[in-house]
Design a protein around this ligand. Structure first.
Ligand code: AMP
Ligand code: GLY
Length: 427
């Protein structure tokens, strides 16, 4: 199979790395890719938001199968264009990608299928939104109703904070002025990844991300500073409840509307008292969650994803090892605010690269035989082991082997699960 992966982050490096281990992978293209990906695949500098450019590349290079990493091409309908042209595509249609692109849409789906989530209201009018917040009180959650790269959400502790967030949205900070206001949910957050082929849903792993930039979960939100898998809070019982009450009803509702979902559903959950409620859906793998999932799944990731696009998930099982993976993101100083590009990263060649230790690249490029940082999140140092402690030690040994004075990371990735001894909690 000739495969094209769209994207350039640590997520896409991890997918490429897992696919490469599978003998069914012949030629592997990644567009646009990065310096790490270029070592294992052919990178193509095409505009992945352009349906015409992606289609032309796939046709010219005899690609059989396209895997779409990030949300932007999905929301732009790149999967529809490829499918219409007869390609196998992993990733939902533009219509089904609304589960991520519109928070209001997801809330309507939850209402229609009775999936447990926070109570909510949507407003296109600032004054009405303000009145609603004044009536509800705080804490309360204010969300811009569209793709805002994770930056459109304010968990407001006070009413003035919520009102300020509403004003920012209606001042046009996030494009279209529309707001979703939600009940604040307390509990522990976890992510659940489920392959869906339109009929069958197959769980492929759980993870916990670290969204804040600072240790102890402080400071501004980021795309994710580190993750581990499995998430102890996602017990078998919680997974079962979430599949029964949230995932399968959502998939049935999408199919009933004539817009079945095919791809990976990233289910963001709040867990409290042994029960999950939906925080949000994403319609793609998480970054850096994908890095820990791929380390654990290895070569079978390609078989699972291929079965998903061929509508063959019924009867497929995941071969689980009793293992743990943990990834630590190294970011450029200043991230998630302004940061410098172009600093040189040394020491990567001396690091191990195998099924237990991998430095996935995110924002990197090769310049004159050197690797330079070109993004905010730059590397994802990933370890796997029999225990979370082992995975943690391997990941931080990689971090310590990277010579990059202009970068930083959180030193406390995994604290929640390590504090529990790393083993799953009982129900
Ligand atoms: P979202 O982009 O919808 O995932 O929201 C970003 C983050 O805000 C989530 O990961 C949660 O930490 C938090 N959040 C979102 N909605 C709620 C809610 N209703 N209650 C509590 N926290 C929330
Ligand atoms: N790490 C969170 C995300 O990919 O959205």
């Amino acid at each position: 199979m000739n495969i094209l992966i769209l994207g350039s982050g640590g997520r896409e490096h991890a997918l490429a790395w897992a696919f490469r281990q599978n003998p069914k992978c012949d030629q592997l293209f990644v567009a646009p890719g990065n310096a790490g990906i270029a070592e294992i695949a052919e990178c193509a500098a095409i505009d992945i938001l352009s349906r015409a450019a992606v289609l032309e590349f796939a046709q010219e290079n005899a690609v059989d199968f396209v895997v779409i990493g990030p949300e932007a091409p999905l929301a732009a309908g790149v999967s529809d264009a490829l499918r219409e042209a007869g390609f196998l595509v992993f990733g939902p249609s533009q219509a089904a990608a609304q589960l991520e692109a519109s928070k209001g849409f997801t809330k309507e789906i939850c209402d229609a299928c009775d999936a447990p989530t926070a109570a909510w209201a949507r407003f296109d009018d600032g004054a009405a939104a303000r009145d609603y917040v004044l009536a509800q009180g705080a804490p309360i959650v204010v969300k811009a109703d569209g793709l805002a790269a994770g930056k459109g959400v304010t968990v407001a502790e006070t009413v003035p904070e919520a009102l300020a967030a509403i004003d920012a949205i209606f001042d046009g900070a996030f494009g279209e002025p529309s707001v979703v206001i939600e009940e604040f949910m307390s509990g522990e957050e976890a992510s659940f990844f489920v392959l869906c082929d339109g009929d069958t849903c197959l769980p492929i792993g759980t993870a916990q991300d670290h969204k804040r930039v600072g240790e102890g979960d402080t400071g501004p939100n980021t795309g994710g500073m580190g993750a581990y898998s499995p998430a102890p809070v996602m017990t078998d019982a919680v997974q079962q409840q979430v599949m029964d009450q949230i995932v399968r009803p959502t998939m049935a509702e999408m199919a009933a509307r004539g817009t079945p979902f095919q791809g990976v559903l990233f289910v963001g959950l709040m867990i409290e008292n042994g029960r999950g409620r939906l925080v949000e859906y994403n319609v793609r793998f998480g970054d850096p969650e994908c890095q820990v999932l791929m380390m654990r799944l290895g070569a079978q990731a390609l078989d699972l994803i291929h079965a998903c696009v061929e509508n063959r998930l019924d009867g497929i099982t995941v071969n689980w090892a009793d293992d743990h993976a943990l990834t630590v993101v190294m970011a450029a100083d200043g991230y998630p605010g302004d940061y410098q590009k172009g600093s040189r990263i040394n020491g990567l060649d001396a690091l191990p690269a195998d099924g237990f230790n991998m430095v996935f690249h995110a924002g990197t490029a090769a310049r004159d035989d050197a690797v330079i940082a070109t993004g905010g999140r730059v590397l994802a140092c990933t370890g796997r082991g029999e225990t979370l402690e082992q995975a943690h030690a391997r990941a931080y040994a990689l971090v310590d082997g990277v010579d990059w004075p202009q970068g930083f990371c959180r030193r406390d990735i995994g604290w929640r699960a390590l504090g529990r001894g790393g083993s799953p909690v009982s129900d």
